[in-house]
Design a protein around this ligand. Structure first.
Ligand SMILES: Nc1ncnc2c1ncn2[C@@H]1O[C@H](COP(=O)(O)OP(=O)(O)O)[C@@H](O)[C@H]1O
Ligand SMILES: [Mg+2]
Length: 270
């Protein structure tokens, strides 16, 4: 009980201190997106992003000067601090139920890491029942995690760089049957280890299914260093949050993001 109270209190505090995610699709300036610099993606396919599609899907952190992305920058700072202190490099994003905003938070957080740190942010779509990362970003996905899982592609064929330095995505094109078994498999365990170990300066973010809808998240969480819980304001009950914490005793819960709350965008001021 104490743990639940603390988590709810923490979520409230984070909301009042701005540790929240409230991206609004704004009609703001469409900036040129292709500024590939520091890294040379020899094998990774580079895909251009469309500002209008991103904004429609509430992806605001692609533009590092956007006054909408500050909440993700705050989130990034807090998440990375805890991860660095503990030597964690893989982060799961989940929620009690669908539609809480996991995918929106996962993409924005990964972009914020890529923009503002020297780390590479690799975002993996592990919501094998309702994969959305590729669609939200407008990726073509000729090859994806589906092909990697079926043995028809190699890892280097399925990673894409959506024209933001240090941002790499492993998308999933279509839903996968027997997803719980797949996520519990040795092959997926090896993939996670491979993604984690290959580069020291890489943070790997896994967009997971909701905790309370199926066993997929529970199956894969033991293989991921830590977890962030996205809770939708007004959508998730106290009971659902309690049930999630009950499912997470062994996981390293980094914090809770209270999503979908009404706040004004920050404007530039002295
Ligand atoms: N902060 C927010 N405010 C309003 N709508 C949001 C917010 N975050 C996400 N959404 C919307 O909620 C819906 C579900 O978001 P999504 O990230 O796909 O959820 P999940 O991955 O948890 O199922 C989408 O239509 C998305 O645009
Ligand atoms: Mg999703």
């Amino acid at each position: 009980m104490e743990r639940i109270k603390q988590a709810i209190e923490k979520a409230k505090k984070q909301a009042s201190s701005g540790f929240i995610a409230k991206p609004q699709a704004s009609s703001a300036v469409a900036q040129p997106l292709a500024e590939l610099g520091a890294l040379n993606y020899v094998q990774t396919k580079v895909i251009s992003l469309r500002a209008e599609l991103l904004e429609r899907n509430r992806i605001v952190a692609y533009n590092k000067n956007s006054n909408m992305s500050w909440s993700f920058d705050l989130l990034r700072t807090q998440v990375l601090k805890i991860m660095e202190e503990n030597g964690w490099r893989t982060l799961a994003i989940t929620s009690p139920t669908p539609e809480a905003g996991k995918t929106v938070v996962a993409i924005n957080l990964a972009m914020s890491i890529a923009h503002h740190t020297t780390k590479t942010a690799l975002l993996v779509d592990f919501d094998l029942r309702r994969p959305k990362v590729g669609a939200y970003l407008g990726l073509p996905m000729e090859q994806s995690l589906n092909d990697l899982l079926s043995g028809e592609a190699e890892l280097q064929d399925v990673l894409v760089n959506p024209s933001l330095p240090r941002f790499v995505v492993l998308p999933t094109r279509k839903s996968v049957s027997h997803s719980t078994e797949v996520l519990s498999s040795v092959a997926v365990g090896n993939l996670i280890t491979d993604l984690r170990e290959r580069y020291d300066s890489r943070i790997v973010i896994f967009d997971l299914p909701p905790l309370l809808s199926c066993d997929d998240a529970i199956a894969v969480l033991p293989k991921i260093d830590c977890v962030l819980l996205v809770v939708a304001n007004g959508m998730n009950s106290k009971k659902e949050i309690e049930d999630c914490l009950h499912h997470l005793p062994a996981a390293n819960l980094i914090g809770t993001v209270l999503n979908k709350i009404e706040i004004e965008p920050r404007t530039y001021s002295y």
